[in-house]
Design a protein around this ligand. Structure first.
Ligand SMILES: [Fe+2]
Length: 287
């Protein structure tokens, strides 16, 4: 049986609407950093959700790729929040967002080498030792590639996850964007992932912008409906993976609530279609 929980990333800007429409979602994804940095009223609104809808935990503040030891005090805060939320997993980006003394304000890619993977593996083990639920790494979008990268995206992820037992939060919008902006086949990327790695999925919709040279590039704006091409990637992923949750990420144009609900519905339709296809395949092989 296909049993994926479908929901959205909780956003304080539409907290009241979300609370009034919890029945639309199987799960909400909570950004743990919002519980560290937001106002007490916003934190209380999140804590009020515990026990009313399944919650999963996502982070943006770890910067696991920064070449300094992890902030253990931050990790302990995360561990306490994850426990309070009763979240089944905690996810973070395989990226760096700061260098010592400076916040870079962006998710930036790492050089994909065995040496960098080794450093990340050590840090993932630290996270796993301090946070009491499975840890998932998320693939990011990138606008440039480090010249010393030697491994492919999938090889880099597979290596870190194989050595640590960490899972993958597969952001399909990010896969699609990178494939369009850097010219690779997104289906080949998904097929190159070690089987069973994908525990959660992110879906989102971005827009096309122009780079300084006037060339069109896709931007990860989380502002528009999920594109059909990204739903097609979900179809393909679900033929080989069993993610526990599928989350719509929306950070802009949050007043277009119908679009968010429509994204959730279209994802459910794709899952249902997948179930019918599987059912037919099972009947066919039994015949
Ligand atoms: Fe994401």
């Amino acid at each position: 049986m296909l049993n994926h929980l479908v929901g959205m990333g909780y956003r304080s800007a539409i907290a009241e609407w979300t609370r009034a429409h919890l029945d639309q979602f199987d799960v909400l994804e909570i950004t743990v950093d919002h519980l560290i940095h937001r106002t007490s009223a916003q934190r209380a609104a999140i804590f009020d959700l515990v026990g009313r809808v399944p919650l999963t935990a996502h982070g943006v503040g770890l910067s696991i790729g920064t070449d300094v030891p992890l902030d253990l005090a931050y990790l302990d805060q995360v561990a306490a929040i994850v426990e309070f939320l009763k979240a089944p997993a905690y996810s973070e980006h395989l990226a760096f967002t700061r260098v010592p003394g400076r916040d870079l304000g962006n998710l930036l890619p790492l050089p994909k080498t065995e040496e960098v993977a080794e450093q990340i593996i050590g840090k993932v083990r630290t996270v796993q030792a301090r946070v009491g639920v499975p840890f998932l790494l998320e693939n990011i979008t990138y606008m440039f590639e480090w010249p010393d990268s030697k491994l492919s995206d999938a090889e880099f992820l597979n290596l870190i996850c194989r050595e640590t037992g960490a899972g993958l939060l597969l952001d399909l919008e990010n896969v699609y964007l990178n494939s369009q902006n850097h010219g690779f086949d997104p289906y080949e990327f998904i097929d190159a992932l070690a089987p069973g790695l994908v525990r959660e999925i992110h879906m989102a919709g971005g827009i096309t912008v122009r780079d300084p040279a006037g060339r069109p590039v896709l931007a990860d704006t989380h502002s528009h409906p999920v594109q059909a091409a990204v739903l097609d990637l979900l179809d393909h992923t679900l033929t080989r993976e069993r993610p526990a949750t599928i989350i719509v990420e929306r950070d802009d144009r949050l007043d277009a609530i119908d679009e968010i609900l429509d994204d959730v519905e279209r994802i459910r339709e794709r899952i249902a279609l997948q179930g019918r296809t599987h059912g037919r395949a099972a009947l066919g092989s039994a015949a």
